[in-house]
Structures are given as structure tokens and as C-alpha cells.
Design a protein around this ligand. Structure first.
Ligand code: ADP
Length: 753
């Protein structure tokens, strides 16, 4: 029993131990379970949070996508509204020229309907338009093919298509980066009609302006021809013996006539510029000389007031440029003329400066005309360049003028691509200036002025023409050579002989100022030059006079250079630089055969009897043979059978005009050789004439009224070698005064400036 009890107790104890162990195991399992459960629940929480985050993100993305969708729809709607509302047709084709979209205007244009199906081909669209009668029936069969072919170009040129209803449609295309083609069709019917109307109006206006120009040209001729008679005859009267009262009358007639002609010229020039019919004729010319000529012509009026006229031409500039000398001279005459007119005391100075544009041979020239006159108030400065504007009120005018000078000046300079300006202080003076860019017409080397091989301190100049000797003096002065100016060999000789006279190093003599007779010429020159180098001035191309060439080299004057007249600074410089340090030997040429000299033959073609009379009087003192021809045909005949040495040819004559006659002569010469110098005489102030005249082969032209000085100068310039010198028979009682119209020599001939 006890054993049984013990056994039972043992069993119970074992059971209790087991239970205990099991319960511990259970507790441990429970703890683990709890831990696991917590981690699971943590995971669940985390995952739920994540899921919720995802959910909100997703709904935001959805909202955004929806908004974008609506925006896209709105943009598309707007685009369509825009395309629908424009007046132009618009279409987009893909790379294969199939329609992507088109607005109703485009669709209507080709089909008449509001829509055009996407996918429609470009050719099909045009073919349908044609078949539907929207295009004119007379189109070429390959029209559609050509329209399509033009689209093969990357940037097709715009094209205008006429519709059957008369509308004109301009098609413009642009290719996009994907190869798409955006097409625009614009109705240009109204614009085109308007343009046509404008063009018609312009053509009518141009025709009217041409008619006006022609009228002006005729008027100019009609007025100038009789004025030529008036001024020319008055000029001759003035040159003859007159009582004081008669001289006053004659001079008034002459100056009034000239003033009237100046006004006519101004009005004509202005109308011409206004009608855009003023053309420029650029050619090489000497700007420095042009300025001196203007100044010399203003000399008498300046001298009357005791004004000094000065020129300051930049020494380092070339003097020869390519430009329209006639027009530049006109501008200079206007500005310098005004300066003299509005200046009571002091000076007028023309200054030329400039710089070369980057070694291009073209110079930016800056020309100013400065005076010490009445000046212009600031308020008036603006308007004086307008036509018919003068500072003074018409009623109180004390200065003559049309008020056109500055208007013409400004327009001329603008035509030449430059500009004009003025600075002025009332009571102190004005400075008018203009800027022009002109190409130089002389090689660069001639502009450099190195030291001369032969140092020259003083040069003796013998020239009967005041203008020429003054300019030559200026030119010598720019080379640092002091000029000694004489009008004739006697004065020069006297000067050389005068006690205490400064020695000269060079003699420059005009051939025309020397005795014509061969022996006398060489003797005179040899006497004056006595071993010094001599430059002879003569018309271009004239060879060394035979008399000198034939003279004994031991006693003959040393002719170092022949300078063509008018002497240009560049030619003079060349001749000076060529002077050897030692005296150059006299050129030796074989003596020429003496021959009986004949007289120079001059033909004047002029239909107007009065002008013939004026002409005959003007050349009356010359040893020439003069013949007249009443029209171009007669001139041509006379040229054929008489072979004149020089022809003066009036431009407008009956039967055959001067231009046609000159052309005929030049054509004949082309076949048989020779070249007779032809000087055109024109009453037309209008230009374009100048071009026609020169184009016809005439060598130069003179505008009427004719001047005795100019006629004589032309005759002397063209006197042939071996003929009796035209001046040689000048009667003593009525000596020719080739520079009669130039200012009389001043008391001293100092070079202005
Ligand atoms: P015109 O000299 O024929 O009257 P312009 O057009 O040449 O006509 O000149 C217009 C006006 O400008 C002149 O009337 C004058 O009042 C003024 N003017 C021009 N140049 C000068 C000057 N150098 N000094 C003062 N006034 C001037």
C-alpha cells in the first residue's frame, strides 16, 4: 500500500514536474507568440500607412492627369477657335502631303464645303478644286503637278493662285521639323488691286513728271537761246570802246541777263531734283582746282568788299577724286557765294580735310566754308535748307537770291551720299560744311611727298591766265616751293634782272605765253631760264615744240618736263620728283622739216543767226579760218569736205541735232581714223544732256551763254601743231583778253591762305 502510495506520489511528482515544465514551455511559447503578434501588427500598421500614402498619391496623380487632359482639350479648342476665326486659310499636311487638319477657310477655298477630311492628299485636294470649278477652266494640264512639285522644295516660294471667282490667293508654306507642311492661304485680291492702282498712279505721275521735265527743258532752251544773244552781245559791247554811260548800260544788260540765267538754272535744277531726274556723272576731277576756280570767280565781289578769300586744302590728301565735278562745283559755288554775299568784312575760308577709309582708296572728305558775316539765328537754321526760304522777310530784303541755293545744295549732297550742316553765331559768322566719300583718282605713291632729289626754294611761273598761275602758285607752295608769278616773259625777265632779286631754281612757263615764232621762243626761254630746268605747260598730248627740240643743245633751254594743262598737283609732283640732282641734258631730237603754216580751221554748227553773229564776233581777233553750218547735216558735210581742226556743235538744231551729227562723225572716224575735237554748245541746263553729249562722242560741252574766254581757250587748246598760232594775228588795237571775265590781277599776287 505504502509502496503503492509512494508510487502514486512519485507519479504525481513526476506529473507535477512535467506540468511545470509544460507550463513554462507554454509561457515561453505564449511570449514568443505575443512578440510575433506585435511585430505582425506593426507590419500591418506600417503596410496600412504605406497603402494609404499610395492611395492619396494615386488620387493626386489622377487629378493632375485629369487637369492636364482638360487643359489640352481647352488648348485644342482655343487653337481651333483661333484657326476658325482667322480670315486666312490654314492647313497642316504630313510628310506624305496628306491632310492632318485644315480650318474652314482652307476647306471652303478648295471644296466649297466647311470641312476637308483628314488624310486627303494635296493633289487630290487641288484636283477636286479643279473638277469642282473652283479654279479657272483655262489652267495648264500640268498645273496640279507643278503646284505639287513646288512643295518638294524645303522652303517653297510663295505663289499666287487665281480662283474662278476672280479672287487672288497667295499660298505660303513652311516645313516643320518632322517634315510637316504648314500652309497659309491669304486673300490678296484687294491688296493686289490696290497695288495695281498705285502702280498705275505712279506711271501716270511719272509720265506727268516727264512731261514737266521736257517742258522745262524746252522752256530752258527757249529762254536761254535769246538770253545767250543778249548776254553775249552785251559782253562784246563791254569789251569795246564805250562812253561811261554806254558802259553802264551794257554792263547792266549783261549782269541782269546773267542773273536771270542763274535764276532759271536754279529753278530748273530744283525741279529736276524734285522729279528725281537729276543723275550724277562721276568722273575723275581735281577738287583743289575746282575750289580755286570757284574762289577766283568770286574774287571780284570779294574784292569789292575787301574780303579775303582763302583755301586750306589738306596737304596730305590727294587732289584728284572721282565725283560729279559739275555738281560739286555747284555746291561750292552756292556755299562760297552765300558766304561772300552775307559777309561785309573779314574773310571767307574753304577748308578741306579728310581721312582714307581703311586703305580703301576712298576718302571721307570734310569741306567747310567759313565766313565772318552776319550769321544765322538758331531759330532760322532749320528752315534755310528748305526751298524758297530766306532769313529776311521778303519786304525788308536787302540781299538778292531765290532761296533755292541751299535747298539744291542739300539735295545734291544727299544725292551724292553725303550730308550738309551749318554752325552759326549771329553777328559773328557761319560755317557751312558737307561730308562726302569719294574714291581718289590718283595712285597712292603720288600722295606721299618724300624730299625732292633736287632741293627747290623758288620757282618762276610765267602764265598769262591769272587763274592758272594762281593755282600753280598754290600747288608749288604746298610742296614748300615759293612761287614767283609773272603774266608774261618780259615781266619774268625783268624780275630775273632786278637787283637783289631772290634766285629761282626752276622756271615753269605756259607755251601760250611765249612768243609763237620758233627762234624767238627758244631765245626768250633761254634768256629767262639761263641754264635752269624748265617745265613747259601745254595742252594735253602736245609734244615738245619743234623749235626747242631742233635748237642747238648747247644753248637750248633745258626742258625737263611737259606739263599738260590744267596742271594737276600729281603731275607737277611727278615732274618735280623726276628732276635729277644735276641738270638734265636737253633732249636731242632730229630737226624737223620747215613747212608753210596754215591757219586753224574752226567749224561752228549753230542754227540761230544771232548766235552765229555773237560767235563770229567772239573769235574775230583770232588767226583762224571760221565756217558755219546751219544744222547737223550741213555740219557733217562741212566736216567731210573741209576737215576742221575743231568743231563747236550746238546741241539742238533742225534736221539733224548736234548729238546725232557728232555720233555720225565719230562713226565715220571709226572707219577711217582721226578724231576731230568737238565741243558741244548747249542751252539746256538740264542734265542727262551732259551724259548724252559725252556718250555721243563729243569731247566736252559748254553751256550757253557763250563766253569769249571759254571759246578762245578751247580754240587755243586744240590749235594743231604746225598751224599759225591762233593768237598770233591778234590786232594790237583790240587785244584778246582770254581772261577778260576773270578778276583783274590784284595789286600783289600773294597766294591766299
Ligand atoms: P538765297 O541765297 O538765294 O537767298 P539760299 O538757299 O542759298 O538762298 O540761302 C537761304 C538763306 O539762308 C539766305 O537767304 C540767307 O538768309 C541764309 N544764308 C545762307 N548762307 C548764309 C551765310 N553764309 N550767312 C548768313 N546767312 C546765310
Amino acid at each position: 500500500m505504502l509502496e503503492l502510495l509512494a508510487k502514486e506520489r512519485r507519479a504525481r511528482l513526476a506529473a507535477e514536474r512535467l506540468l511545470d515544465q509544460k507550463s513554462r514551455e507554454l509561457i515561453e511559447a505564449n511570449r514568443r507568440l505575443a512578440l510575433h503578434a506585435r511585430s505582425l501588427s506593426d507590419q500591418i500598421v506600417a503596410q496600412r500607412t504605406e497603402a494609404e500614402g499610395l492611395k492619396t498619391g494615386q488620387s493626386r496623380a489622377m487629378a493632375e492627369a485629369e487637369r492636364a487632359h482638360w487643359q489640352a482639350l481647352r488648348a485644342e479648342r482655343r487653337l481651333w477657335q483661333a484657326l476658325d476665326s482667322i480670315d486666312d486659310g490654314f492647313a497642316l499636311f504630313d510628310r506624305g502631303l496628306r491632310l492632318v487638319l485644315a480650318n474652314p477657310v482652307w476647306a471652303r477655298l478648295w471644296t466649297g464645303a466647311e470641312v476637308l477630311d483628314p488624310g486627303t492628299g494635296y493633289d487630290a485636294m487641288l484636283a477636286a478644286a479643279r473638277a469642282g470649278g473652283r479654279l479657272p477652266p483655262d489652267l495648264a494640264p500640268d498645273w496640279v503637278a507643278r503646284m505639287r512639285a513646288r512643295l518638294e522644295d524645303d522652303t517653297p516660294a510663295p505663289v499666287t493662285v487665281a480662283l474662278a471667282d476672280g479672287r487672288l490667293i497667295r499660298l505660303t508654306e513652311r516645313r516643320g521639323p518632322e517634315g510637316d507642311l504648314a500652309c497659309l492661304a491669304r486673300d490678296v485680291t484687294d491688296i493686289t488691286r490696290h497695288q495695281r492702282d498705285l502702280e498705275d498712279a505712279r506711271a501716270r505721275a511719272e509720265a506727268a513728271s516727264r512731261a514737266k521735265s521736257a517742258f522745262l527743258a524746252n522752256m530752258s532752251h527757249e529762254i536761254r537761246t535769246p538770253m545767250n544773244g543778249v548776254v553775249g552781245m552785251a559782253d562784246l559791247l563791254c569789251a569795246g570802246p564805250l562812253t561811261e554811260e554806254q558802259r553802264l548800260c551794257a554792263e547792266t544788260i549783261r549782269s541782269s541777263g546773267e542773273a536771270l540765267l542763274a535764276i532759271i538754272n536754279d529753278v530748273l535744277d530744283f525741279s529736276r531734283i524734285e522729279a528725281d531726274r537729276m543723275t550724277l556723272a562721276p568722273a575723275p576731277f581735281d577738287l583743289e582746282r575746282c575750289i580755286h576756280e570757284v574762289m577766283l570767280l568770286l574774287g571780284p565781289s570779294a574784292r569789292d568788299r575787301g574780303l579775303s578769300l582763302m583755301v586750306d586744302f589738306d596737304l596730305f590728301l590727294p587732289t584728284r577724286f572721282v565725283g560729279d565735278a559739275l555738281r560739286i562745283r555747284q555746291v561750292l559755288t552756292n556755299l562760297a557765294g552765300n558766304a561772300v554775299k552775307f559777309t561785309a568784312a573779314g574773310h571767307v575760308l574753304v577748308r578741306v580735310t579728310g581721312i582714307e577709309q581703311a586703305d580703301s582708296g576712298t576718302f571721307d572728305l570734310h569741306v567747310t566754308v567759313e565766313d565772318t558775316g552776319i550769321g544765322i539765328a538758331a531759330a532760322d537754321v532749320e528752315r534755310i535748307f528748305d526751298e524758297f526760304e530766306q532769313v529776311e522777310a521778303a519786304a525788308s530784303r536787302s540781299f538778292e537770291g531765290t532761296g533755292l541755293g541751299l535747298a539744291i545744295t542739300r539735295r545734291l549732297i544727299a544725292l551724292m551720299g553725303g550730308e550738309v550742316w551749318v554752325d552759326s553765331v549771329p553777328g559773328e559768322g557761319s560755317c557751312f560744311g558737307f561730308r562726302l566719300s569719294l574714291p581718289a583718282a590718283e595712285p597712292r605713291e603720288e600722295r606721299r611727298q618724300p624730299a625732292l632729289a633736287r632741293p627747290l626754294a623758288r620757282a618762276l611761273v610765267i602764265d598769262a591766265q591769272l587763274l592758272d598761275r594762281t593755282i600753280l602758285g598754290r600747288q608749288l607752295a604746298t610742296f614748300g616751293i615759293a612761287p614767283v608769278l609773272c603774266a608774261d616773259p618780259e615781266a619774268a625777265h625783268a624780275l630775273r634782272q632786278a637787283a637783289g632779286a631772290a634766285p629761282v631754281d626752276l622756271v615753269i612757263a605756259d607755251l601760250a605765253a611765249l612768243p609763237a615764232e620758233a627762234a624767238a621762243m627758244t631765245a626768250t626761254l633761254a634768256r629767262i631760264a639761263s641754264g635752269l630746268p624748265v617745265f613747259l605747260m601745254a595742252p594735253p598730248g602736245q609734244p615738245l615744240p619743234e623749235a626747242i627740240a631742233a635748237a642747238d643743245p648747247a644753248s637750248a633751254p633745258a626742258i625737263a618736263a611737259m606739263l599738260p594743262r590744267p596742271v594737276l598737283r600729281s603731275d607737277l609732283w611727278r615732274a618735280l620728283s623726276a628732276l635729277a640732282p644735276a641738270e638734265a641734258p636737253a633732249p636731242a631730237t632730229p630737226p624737223a622739216e620747215p613747212s608753210t603754216p596754215r591757219r586753224m580751221r574752226v567749224l561752228a554748227a549753230e542754227d540761230n543767226r544771232t548766235n552765229q553773229l555773237v560767235f563770229a564776233k567772239m573769235v574775230a581777233g583770232l588767226a583762224i579760218d571760221l565756217a558755219f553750218a546751219g544744222d547737223g547735216l550741213a555740219a557733217l558735210d562741212r566736216w567731210r569736205d573741209w576737215r576742221p581742226d575743231l568743231i563747236f556743235m550746238d546741241v539742238s538744231m533742225p534736221r539733224m541735232d548736234g548729238v546725232a551729227a557728232a555720233r555720225a562723225i565719230r562713226a565715220a572716224e571709226a572707219a577711217q581714223g582721226g578724231h576731230v575735237p568737238i565741243v558741244a554748245l548747249t542751252a539746256h541746263a538740264l542734265d542727262g544732256d551732259a551724259e548724252a553729249i559725252l556718250a555721243a562722242g563729243m569731247d566736252r560741252y559748254m553751256t550757253k551763254p557763250l563766253r569769249r574766254a571759254a571759246i578762245v581757250e578751247a580754240i587755243l587748246a586744240h590749235a594743231p601743231d604746225g598751224a599759225v598760232p591762233p593768237l598770233s594775228a591778234a590786232p594790237q588795237a583790240e587785244p584778246l583778253a582770254p581772261d577778260a571775265l576773270l578778276p583783274p590781277p590784284a595789286a600783289d599776287e600773294n597766294i591766299p591762305g
